[in-house]
Design a protein around this ligand. Structure first.
Ligand code: 13P
Ligand code: SF4
Length: 336
């Protein structure tokens, strides 16, 4: 039992869903959830989305409290964009391996070693690294934002070398890549994926660009979580292999009950190793306590927040801009 949070016996007998509903109204709170959250959290959220959608919602909301069911960098982003709101994250240990792979002092030194480069940085990073960046991107906006820089502009891309490598291959633009990875998407096995494809001939593979190239090479579609959901709604056929965190399949099964969605396997032949251990820290119990106590709360020093906000504002404006080539939308690999 977590005595500090009052989680355990003291919550026994509570109807958590009803209590969360009551507190949501009393607190004028909005519950935002990422697609990688447990189904019971996705189902009671006011809004479920990808990183870009969630940032937009956080920037726009008129709620007094944002209960962020996702990971720390997402809740930090909400606070950076909506400083007057109370932002709570059910479990403050909900981090991200990409954020951990990019310590701000090392990133700063890397930038200083390449003064003629701008830093185009994946949103999966700390507030300090955002403050050291020129523009933030998400997986659904990266290519569109990249296309708005002239070809001669030198670029550092961090911290995800897989997303960066995918963008380099897709656009033909050289970028200096920071060597970070997502432990979840790194865990997919090419050998097991090929076995699964052989068992389901003709079933397409939809993959998140955080996967390494050996997995993306077998994908029929590559895109963000929202892009993968759009592809799932559209693809011809009845079975789709999904190479991203498996909790996203909950949304597919809800909206497309007649289709079959299979999580891509890890080296052990199943997809359990691809559950994000950070996202999984959030539970209904912790969400209830966060709404009840308005803790744990995100706080960011104002100078740091304002520096980080510049690169996020650049992302929000460039992601919505009308560019010459139109809104690229989800990135499609085959047929290019
Ligand atoms: P999306 O922006 O595609 O939702 O990705 C977030 C993430 O953390 C993927 O691992
Ligand atoms: Fe970070 Fe990977 Fe988890 Fe996304 S899935 S939050 S990138 S560790």
């Amino acid at each position: 039992m977590d005595a500090r949070n009052g989680i355990g016996g003291t919550l026994a007998g509570l109807d958590l869903r009803a209590e969360i509903d009551r507190l949501r109204t009393e607190r004028n709170a909005v519950i935002l959830a990422h697609y990688y959250q447990k189904p019971e959290i996705q189902d009671l959220a006011d809004f479920v989305g990808d990183s870009l959608d969630l940032s937009r919602k956080a920037a726009e909301t008129d709620a007094d409290v944002i209960a962020f069911c996702g990971v720390r960098f997402m809740a930090d982003t909400a606070k950076i964009l909506s400083p007057d709101k109370i932002v709570v994250l059910p479990d403050m240990d909900a981090g991200c391996s990409l954020e951990d792979s990019c310590p701000p002092d090392q990133f700063k030194a890397f930038r200083e070693a390449h003064p003629d480069h701008i830093a185009l940085t994946y949103i999966n990073c700390s507030t300090e690294v955002k403050a050291l960046s020129d523009v933030i991107v998400t997986s659904s906006s990266a290519e569109k934002i990249l296309s708005q820089y002239p070809p001669e502009q030198k670029i550092i891309f961090g911290p995800d070398k897989n997303l960066g490598g995918y963008l380099v291959r897709k656009t033909g633009r050289e970028m200096l890549l920071w060597p970070g990875v997502c432990i979840v998407h790194e865990a997919f096995s090419e050998t097991e994926l090929l076995k699964l494809k052989a068992q389901h001939p003709g079933a397409p593979v939809a993959a998140h660009p955080e996967c390494p190239a050996v997995i993306l090479d077998h994908a029929d579609y590559v895109g963000s979580t929202s892009g993968i959901l759009a592809y799932a709604a559209d693809f011809a056929g009845d079975t789709l292999i999904v190479a991203t965190e498996p909790h996203i399949i909950h949304q597919m099964e809800k909206s497309l009950p007649n289709k079959n969605f299979i999580g891509a396997p890890g080296a052990d032949g199943n997809c359990n190793c691809n559950i994000c251990p950070y996202m999984a820290l959030n539970t209904l119990e912790k969400l209830y306590v966060a709404l009840r106590d308005l803790e744990p709360r995100i706080e960011i020093e104002e100078g740091l927040r304002l520096r980080a906000k510049k690169s996020l504002d650049a992302m929000l404006s460039m992601a919505s801009a009308t560019v010459g080539m139109g809104d690229l939308g989800p990135v499609r690999v085959t047929g290019d």
